[in-house]
Ligand binder design. Structure first.
Ligand code: VNL
Ligand code: MN
Length: 345
């Protein structure tokens, strides 16, 4: 344990796992015909032919109670808020996806029940079948007592502004369950410029994919229909907060010329009312300072992005953040407890 370990209750809010059945399904996806940008990551992690560095990710995704708990102890991480890693079940057919989502949620609930002080979890669902997804969301929150929901951005190249997904948004709002929109690779319409230089993934493509998803939801009026819906964006808000002034200005122009629908609020008003962000995998004090000033201290949560990024620097980043002790309590655990219904220690 680090010297500082006892001082803070560190709840890490975007921490990835897999289960063998989903990993096997993704190996099948990797070997089937197809050419989407997602396959670059899926082939690397689930169908790796050599045991190089990245190939070690799969065992660390599948491990819950060995290396993971040791890593948490060594770095003073009290709780990992776990979620099925990208692309989740969203590349499977609707029936397989629905079945595997329920299985993943059961496994998540089981590991949390074995370590209730160390783990919490976000439930997976299959947007391919919105009505069944809404049922599974209800089971996961009400029966399994999971803490919120996760989706890996687009599904079959469609986004949550599409009314076919409204049963999912309606259920999330009614359940008071925050939906974490985690990245996957850019959808098929955003393909060619992301094919070179490793831009498909965490370097750049993931952020563009999720920020575009969030902006589509705001400017389409989704939050007029679901005013209490809560969305969480990782990776320092996928940079949306840095863009709010121009979004407001240009969305108003677009509304005035009839290319965007009239909405009750501006994008910046929706972003502050309906979104929270986490610091997963984005360890810049300058970006953190701006984000807190732009969104308020209550809307920023700490995360690591385990096992894709190491815990020690994520802890060092927040331990040394230039904020007051009261603010650090909110960033490390208070906001996570409120947004994800995690009981205080
Ligand atoms: C990566 C980073 C992938 C963070 C992730 O999900 C993630 C990556 C698949 O470096 O490829 O959450
Ligand atoms: Mn992640």
């Amino acid at each position: 344990m680090t010297a500082d370990a006892k001082k803070w209750r560190r709840i890490a809010t975007e921490e990835a796992l897999s289960i063998p059945e989903v990993a096997a399904g993704l190996r099948g996806v990797a070997r089937a015909p197809g050419n989407s940008l997602d396959l670059i990551l899926v082939k690397r992690i689930y169908d790796a032919q050599v045991d190089d560095g990245p190939a070690r990710l799969l065992p660390r995704l599948l491990d819950l109670e060995d290396e993971r708990l040791c890593d948490m102890d060594q770095n003073g991480v009290a709780v990992q808020l776990l979620s099925l890693t990208a692309p989740g079940v969203q590349m499977f057919d609707a029936d397989t996806a629905t079945e595997l989502a329920a299985l993943a949620n059961d496994r998540l609930a089981a590991v949390i029940s074995r370590h209730p002080a160390r783990f919490a979890g976000l439930a997976t669902f299959a947007p391919q079948s919105p009505k069944r997804a809404a049922k599974e969301m209800e089971r996961a929150i009400k029966t399994l007592k999971l803490n919120g929901l996760i989706v890996n951005s687009h599904t079959n190249n469609e986004y949550f502004d599409n009314p076919k997904y409204f049963p999912i948004l309606e259920a999330a709002e009614a359940l008071d369950a925050c939906i974490y929109i985690h990245p996957r690779a850019p959808s098929d319409g955003l393909d060619a410029p992301f094919r070179d230089y490793g831009l498909d993934g965490a370097q750049w493509g993931y952020g563009i994919e999720v920020s575009t998803h969030a902006v589509r939801m705001m400017v389409s009026g989704v939050f007029d229909r679901f005013p209490k819906l809560k969305i969480c964006l990782g990776h320092m808000g996928e940079a949306v907060q840095f863009w709010l002034w121009r979004l407001d200005y240009m969305n108003k122009n677009a509304q005035n010329r009839g290319s965007a629908p009239k909405t009750k609020l501006t994008p910046s008003e929706y972003f502050k009312r309906n979104f929270v962000i986490t610091t997963s995998g984005q360890e810049s004090h300058l970006a953190l300072d701006f984000s807190i000033k732009a969104l308020g201290i209550d809307n920023v949560l700490w995360a690591i992005d385990y096992p894709y990024q190491p815990s020690a620097p994520a802890v060092a980043f927040m331990d040394s953040a230039p904020v007051s002790a009261a603010e650090k309590e909110k960033l490390y655990h208070g906001n996570a407890e409120r947004v994800f219904h995690i009981p205080p220690a």
